[in-house]
Write a protein that binds this ligand. Structure first.
Ligand SMILES: [Zn+2]
Length: 562
């Protein structure tokens, strides 16, 4: 029984295919074979919109079919119209539809969607010639078994009947003529409401049929088309997925072309296939997900997945390898989902974007180690409080430590931040061998001083000096240790009675050449330190050769107006 029919008398005004391309001058050497759909003539011409810096400009002769004069593009609007109605083919030999007749038929236990598309394909050898094909595509929605099959005939590259139920299947995006029903098509501009209405009918029919045959109620299966794959490919792909998993989520968040690349690290082809198999075997979607990722099938587990968007699958998968109790799982899951909603929901997901938002595999493994070493409740902070890149970073560094050093991390574990810092610090020490600065005893004795609550002292080792640089946020840990060891300079640190560093002083011989507070601020900014350091310098007979120890003259305030 025929349920719906959609006729698209025009796909494009013209089709074109690049003929010649030299890498030296792509813009000027671009030659296209054009096929005018009005008079069915092929001609070669060199015109297009080209990118010129930030702008676009028209290049070449204006477009007008030399035979019938169709779509002359000498006006701005006509040029835009030209661009929005030309069918680009990636290479010769690929059939581009001229028109389409799409029909939906209903049978007892299946639905059939037929796409009948007269096509042209530019000849691979002589692009000024075209070959005519009549491509026919049949989508077979097997409602009883909840699977979808596809067959394409009418041209040499067609395909036999095969199953395309899995969302990762690229048949539709690569081969189906429906992919030409995209934004730069005349059909999109002129027939979008009809296409939308047809898709609605298709959705309704699949839903109704699934209820009639299997008793499953399926709701809200509508997703928008995309720029890259056109009006119909994505909605149909989603429909196939939902047919297999009627209570599952739509795929819209994932199936924008670019975001899929980012998500494929987390939602792999195999994972989706496992979920789909579970659903086809009669499990509910949440149960199928829990089984596929390897989480226990519990009530709260199902609640985590049910009714949630597709990325809940990614969160569940990340969570699965970590041994946690129910409460811990919930906490980690919520944290991952929050990140997703906060950072990725409203934008395209690129690979690096996902990398910044979710812990990597190593990060999760590190978290698992933390759970084992310091217990779940303390380890949870690593996920819920530490920025993801710091967790990944700590994991990376931790991996390279010796077992003894790794133990130190957990012995000193305080806050999540502290765990990260310890990993970084230990890793640095691991990579930078320890050495003594070997400052001669007389110099040490001359410069050291304990007065009131302040201690003036010299670091003894490379690592000690490096740590001082970290604490004071300056670069004293960089090239200074080697020069200090060589006797070229001397660093004196000033700490208060709690051990907190206050000042860092550089001496060359008996000259003070630098005296800095936190973040390299000059000592004169702190009046107390200023007086103490000056007193120390005077007592130890050191010369001052830096502005840091000279208080800038204060300008007299202007007399107030009477
Ligand atoms: Zn023409």
């Amino acid at each position: 029984m025929l349920i719906a029919e959609l006729e698209l008398p025009w796909l494009f005004n013209s089709s074109r295919c690049e003929v010649k391309k030299t890498t030296r001058n792509y813009l000027d050497e671009t030659l296209f074979a054009h096929f005018c759909l009005n008079c069915h003539q092929v001609f070669l011409a060199r015109f297009d919109w080209v990118n010129a810096g930030m702008a676009q400009r028209w290049q070449g002769e204006y477009y007008s079919c030399p035979v019938c004069g169709e779509a002359a593009a000498d006006e701005w609007d006509t040029k835009r119209y030209y661009r929005s109605t030309v069918g680009n083919v990636e290479r010769p030999g690929i059939p581009v539809p001229r028109s389409m007749l799409i029909r939906l038929q209903e049978f007892k236990k299946h639905l059939r969607l037929t796409v009948d598309a007269p096509c042209i394909a530019f000849d691979e050898q002589y692009p000024e010639n075209v070959n005519y094909y009549r491509v026919v595509e049949i989508f077979h929605f097997d409602i009883e078994n909840q699977r979808t099959y596809f067959k394409q005939t009418g041209w040499p590259g067609g395909s036999e009947t095969k199953e395309i139920s899995l969302p990762y299947d690229s048949t539709l995006t690569q081969y189906s003529v429906l992919r030409f029903l995209r934004r730069n098509s005349r059909a999109w501009r002129e027939r979008k409401p009809q296409v939308t209405a047809f898709l609605k009918k298709l959705r309704e029919t699949v839903c109704r049929k699934l209820y009639e045959v299997k008793g499953y109620r399926m709701k809200a299966v509508s997703v928008p088309g995309t720029k890259e794959t056109g009006l119909m490919v994505n909605p149909i792909r989603n429909l196939m997925w939902r047919l297999a998993c009627p209570d599952g989520p739509n795929l819209k968040e994932l199936f924008s072309f670019r975001s899929w690349t980012g998500m494929s690290n987390f939602i792999t082809r195999d994972l989706l296939a496992d979920v789909m198999d579970g659903c086809l075997a009669g499990k509910s979607y949440p149960q199928a997900v829990l089984q596929a990722v390897g989480l226990p099938d519990t009530k709260s587990g199902r609640r985590m997945i049910a009714g949630k968007p597709i990325y809940a699958l990614a969160a569940a998968k990340m969570l699965a390898p970590v041994m946690l109790n129910e409460q811990g799982r919930k906490a980690v899951y919520d944290s991952l989902m929050n990140r997703w909603e906060k950072w990725l929901c409203h934008s395209v997901v690129s690979t690096w974007g996902v990398g910044r938002v979710f812990p990597c595999e190593k990060g999760m493994a590190f978290f698992q180690t933390a759970v084992r070493e310091i217990g779940q409740s303390r380890a949870l902070a690593l996920i819920t409080q530490l920025p993801t890149d710091e967790l990944n970073d700590a994991a990376e560094q931790y991996e390279e430590l010796t077992p003894a050093e790794q133990l130190t991390v957990w012995k000193n574990a305080g806050s999540a931040k502290k765990i990260h810092d310890t990993c970084v610090e230990l890793h640095w020490r691991h990579k930078h061998p320890y050495y003594n600065l070997d400052v001669p005893e007389p110099i040490i004795n001359r410069l050291m001083m304990q007065k009131e609550s302040l201690r003036f002292y010299l670091p003894k080792t490379y690592h000690e000096l490096h740590a001082a640089g970290e604490e004071l946020r300056n670069c004293v840990g960089g090239s200074y240790p080697a020069r200090m060891k060589a006797g070229k300079l001397c660093i004196v640190l000033v700490a208060d009675d709690t051990g907190k560093l206050k000042v860092c002083i550089e001496l060359q011989g008996d000259k003070i050449v630098q005296a800095k507070l936190f973040r390299n601020r000059p000592v004169y900014e702190d009046p107390v330190m200023f007086d103490r350091v000056k007193a120390w310098a005077k007592e130890r007979k050191l010369k001052i050769a830096t502005d840091d120890l000279i208080r800038p003259e204060k300008k007299e305030p202007l007399p107030q107006a009477m």
